[in-house]
Design a protein around this ligand. Structure first.
Ligand SMILES: [Ca+2]
Length: 86
């Protein structure tokens, strides 16, 4: 599993973050489950598998601040193909 911590998130504000956003997916494609969609709030999420997709979207108007995030592997032990151990 991967634990992602968003330390800073100051994008343009809009309800549902419709204009500018960072979306964290629980998988490798945009059809994966959305863990969190953010524009002005921070968050911490943990994936169920070994992949997290981060998608930043912005539109043509209104620029705002910035965002930062960090991630770490969360070990589960046991091992086996596809598992992340720490
Ligand atoms: Ca914008």
């Amino acid at each position: 599993m991967i634990s992602v911590t968003v330390g800073e998130m100051t994008l343009e504000y809009c309800p549902n973050c419709a204009y500018d956003s960072v979306t964290l997916y629980d998988g490798s494609t945009e059809s994966s489950t959305v863990l969190k969609k953010l524009c002005t709030t921070t968050a911490s999420v943990t994936s169920s598998g070994s992949t997290v997709l981060v998608v930043f979207k912005s539109d043509y108007s209104v620029n705002s601040g910035r965002f930062s995030l960090s991630w770490t592997f969360v070990g589960q032990g046991g091992g086996g193909p596809g598992d992340v151990n720490q």
